[in-house]
Structures are given as structure tokens and as C-alpha cells.
Design a protein around this ligand. Structure first.
Ligand code: SAJ
Length: 426
């Protein structure tokens, strides 16, 4: 690999992971060529601007574009390292769709050369990295590719999943440990040397297939645990118990740590990745599938509860507080809050006010429903039914006086009044 200052890195896919990754690598002094199929994205980045929301990313992209370390293009150029960070969605029947990974392989194949390292970062079903290798090998019969752990080859291939939390991406890209999965040992070693340029966390070497599974397992673990909390919340409703108080008390046990219920699970990771495991072994992945179904079912349950409240107050205006998939971000992808609000807008139309402090235009899903985007204060003044869907800080600040006399469905438990805590501690 050339000296650090001359390292050329191609990042394929400039979305929520690819763009921050490209910017962080560029900050180390490497020459980064970011590649995206969208001309709009390429033009935005080349102006030193960003097309996504992520804390502090705008300043960093501006800095590395201005210094000439990051440029964006529609097609790849020759590089030493390629990092593929394209989407891996699923089809309607939950089958994984790895077509973007294969398209990325097709795009880099013509510019690959001996000594290059190709890293897949996209969340992928087990075996996808080998599939990518086969695609590259078919396009470039003049180069050798690794097949076994002890293979040396012209091109090194590795799978290194990101595990960053939206909203904290720039910090976690650097601080988190990484699983570095090589098809061969030398591939993993090459990938570790690469990540060492910008990762301060530990880099742990394994096989590509194990690293693929680890990524899916991490998000499935969280999904299953959130499903436990969501199921508990429904059972507690049946028993007329406050689920948040139950969880708070149960979590006093030294080995219990129950997560928080909500109106469902959103985002582009946790609601998607478990399906990749289910698809690999449908007969045995029963708990993982059920967790997905419990979490998706919570959307309809939350809608039914909110709708019942709205129906008990004919004509009253209804404030849906929050559309994002989690607190304090603007990301609406796979958002359960958005879905509940959409169902309410379809049922109650002009009665509905949508409050989302992190966006300024409503998504198309609400077109023609009559529901309107409203500032928080106006919605609180106007609406007698409050449906709390996202635990944004702005909503936590709503006082009991502002909620007094209103019908409230609080799907996140931020407004439940804690009972007095009796301390017996010394
Ligand atoms: N949620 C709950 N209750 C909880 C925690 C979360 O209902 O107690 C909901 C959130 O409201 C949201 C969804 O789960 O709708 C997902 O949010 P999240 O904060 O748990 O996770 P993401 O999707 O933002 O990011 C996850 C992270 N994975 C894990 O924590 C195991 C992140 O580290 C991964 O990098 C990311 O997925 C990814 O890209 O795969």
C-alpha cells in the first residue's frame, strides 16, 4: 500500500454510512473518491454540502471537500482500497435484495488492479461477500481472488460491517470496535491496516461469513429485546398496569435490563436485518421472526389505541407528536411513528395536526389527507387529543399544565408521572 498521504480510497454509495465514512477517511489525509449513482448527490457533495442530516457532518464534508481530499463522481476511478456502502433492502416477501452490492462490484471491476483491497460494509446476508468476490472474479479473469483462509490473491476481499448509531455516527465511526472479516487471513490483515487509519476502537479479525452474521445478530438481539418490552406493554395494558413502572422496578434486579416499549421499531437496520437471518434458516429462526412480528404489530396496536381515544372525543383536534423513527433526529425511514400518524390522518383527516420539529415539509404520505404540519405550541393550544409517538426532547419539556384536561396516548412513557421514590439507602 502506498504511503499514507497518497492512499486512494473509493467509497461506493454516499448515503448515511458511506458519506460519513468517506469524510472521516478523507480527514486522515487520504485521497477519497466518493461514488454515487445520483447526480444530485454528487453535485451536492462537490459543493461541500450534504444531502442527509447527521450531527457535525456538514462542517466535516465542507472541510475535506475544500481541502481537495474528498471529491464525488458517478463512476469509480482506480484506487488502492474500495469501501462498498450501498443499501441492502428486502423484497416485499422479506427476501434480501443484494442487487446494489452486485451493481457496485460491476462498477469497480473495470478499474480493479493487482494489490487492491475491496471491503464490503453493507449489512448483508451470510455469503454475500463471497458472492461479490465471484462477481468480481467473473468480470476480471486476469486477476486472482481469495477462496480459502490461507489463500494469497491479487485482490484482497473483506467484510467489515459498520455499527454506528444515527445521530452519533462521526463519534462511533472512530470509537467503536470493528469486526474485520477476511475471506482469507491476509485479506483481514490488509483490512485491519486500513481501518487503523481512522478507527480508535479494537479491530478484531474473523472470517467474512462470521462478520456478516455478527452484524445481523447485533441488530436482531436489539429487535428481540425491544419486542419483549413491546409485548410486555400490551400485557400490562390488559392488566391495567403502568408498563414503565414495571420495567423501572424490574430493572433494579442486577441481571435484568429491559428496553423501552414504543409504537414499533423503525429505521433501516433493526426492522430489516433480522429478516436476513430468518431467510437463511426459516425453520429454526422462530424467535427472531416472532420478534419482528411483535414489533410490527405494535404499530397497529398503537393506532387502535390512539384512534379509540380520538373517537371518544368527536370533532376534537388530534396532535400527533413526532414522525421520526427515534428521538432528536429527522430520519423518517421505516418510522413507526410516521405510520401511526399516517393511519390517523387517513381516518381523521383535517382533525389531525402533525408536529415534527425536525422537518419543515410533510412527506408525501400525507398528501390529500387534510392533516397539517403544525408547530408544537400551536398544536398544544388547538388539540384536545395528544398522541405522543416520539420521545423528542422538545416533547419531554411539555409541562403537566400544558397537558391538563387533554386526552393523552403516550406511546413512549415520557409523561407518566413516577410515584414517589422511597429511598432506604444510606
Ligand atoms: N427502540 C425502542 N425501544 C428501545 C430502543 C429502541 O422502541 O428501547 C426503537 C427506536 O425508537 C427506533 C428503533 O428501535 O425506532 C431503532 O433505534 P435504535 O436506536 O435502537 O437503533 P438504530 O436503528 O438507530 O441503529 C441500530 C444500532 N444497532 C444496535 O444498537 C444493535 C446501530 O449500532 C447500528 O449501526 C445500526 O442499527 C445499523 O446501521 O445497523
Amino acid at each position: 500500500m502506498p504511503a499514507e498521504a497518497q492512499l486512494r480510497v473509493g467509497v461506493i454509495g454516499l448515503g448515511y454510512i458511506g458519506l460519513p465514512t468517506a469524510a472521516v477517511i478523507a480527514r486522515t489525509g487520504a485521497r477519497v473518491i466518493g461514488v454515487d449513482v445520483s447526480q444530485r448527490v454528487v453535485d451536492t457533495i462537490n459543493r461541500g454540502e450534504i444531502h442527509i442530516e447527521e450531527a457535525n457532518l456538514d462542517a466535516l464534508v465542507h472541510q475535506v471537500v475544500s481541502s481537495g481530499h474528498l471529491t464525488a463522481a458517478r463512476t469509480p476511478e482506480p484506487c488502492d482500497v474500495f469501501v462498498i456502502a450501498v443499501p441492502t433492502p428486502f423484497h416485499d416477501d422479506h427476501r434480501p435484495d443484494i442487487s446494489y452490492v452486485l451493481a457496485a462490484a460491476d462498477a469497480i471491476a473495470p478499474v480493479l488492479k493487482r494489490g487492491d483491497l475491496v471491503i464490503l460494509e453493507s449489512t448483508s446476508p451470510v455469503g454475500t461477500t463471497e458472492g461479490m468476490r465471484d462477481r468480481l472474479a467473473a468480470a476480471r479473469p486476469d486477476l486472482s481472488f481469495p477462496h480459502g483462509w490461507d489463500d494469497a490473491a491479487d485482490v484482497a476481499i473483506a467484510y467489515c460491517p459498520e455499527r454506528v448509531l444515527p445521530g452519533k455516527i462521526l463519534h462511533e465511526l472512530v470509537a467503536n470496535d470493528r469486526s474485520i472479516g477476511g475471506i482469507g487471513r491476509s485479506c483481514a490483515d490488509r483490512a485491519v491496516a486500513f481501518y487503523r487509519h481512522f478507527v480508535e476502537g479494537e479491530c478484531i479479525v474473523t472470517t467474512a461469513r462470521t462478520a456478516e452474521m455478527c452484524k445481523l445478530v447485533e441488530n436482531s438481539f436489539r429487535d428481540v429485546n425491544i419486542a419483549f418490552a413491546n409485548e410486555l406493554s400490551i400485557v400490562c395494558d390488559t392488566l391495567k398496569l403502568d408498563v414503565w413502572e414495571v420495567i423501572r422496578l424490574a430493572n433494579r434486579h442486577p441481571r435484568v435490563n429491559i428496553l423501552q416499549p414504543g409504537p414499533g421499531v423503525g429505521g433501516h437496520c433493526i426492522a430489516v436485518d433480522p429478516w436476513f437471518i430468518v431467510h437463511s434458516d426459516p425453520a429454526n429462526a422462530r424467535l427472531i421472526r416472532t420478534a419482528r412480528e411483535v414489533n410490527d404489530g405494535k404499530i397497529d396496536y398503537s393506532f387502535d389505541r390512539a384512534a379509540a381515544l380520538a373517537e371518544s372525543a368527536p370533532g376534537a383536534k388530534i396532535a400527533c407528536l413526532g414522525l421520526a423513527f427515534k428521538p432528536n433526529i429527522d430520519d423518517l425511514r421505516e418510522s413507526p411513528a410516521l405510520r401511526v400518524a399516517q393511519l390517523l390522518a387517513e381516518r381523521f383527516g383535517e382533525r389531525v395536526r402533525l408536529v415534527e420539529p425536525h422537518i419543515d415539509t410533510l412527506p408525501r404520505a400525507f398528501e390529500g389527507t387534510g392533516a397539517q404540519l403544525a408547530p408544537l405550541d400551536a398544536a398544544l393550544a388547538e388539540c384536545d387529543v395528544l398522541v405522543l409517538l416520539v420521545d423528542h426532547d422538545a416533547f419531554k419539556a411539555v409541562s403537566p399544565a400544558q397537558r391538563a384536561g387533554k386526552l393523552v396516548h403516550d406511546s413512549r412513557g415520557i409523561w407518566t408521572e413516577a410515584r414517589a421514590v422511597i429511598s432506604t439507602g444510606g
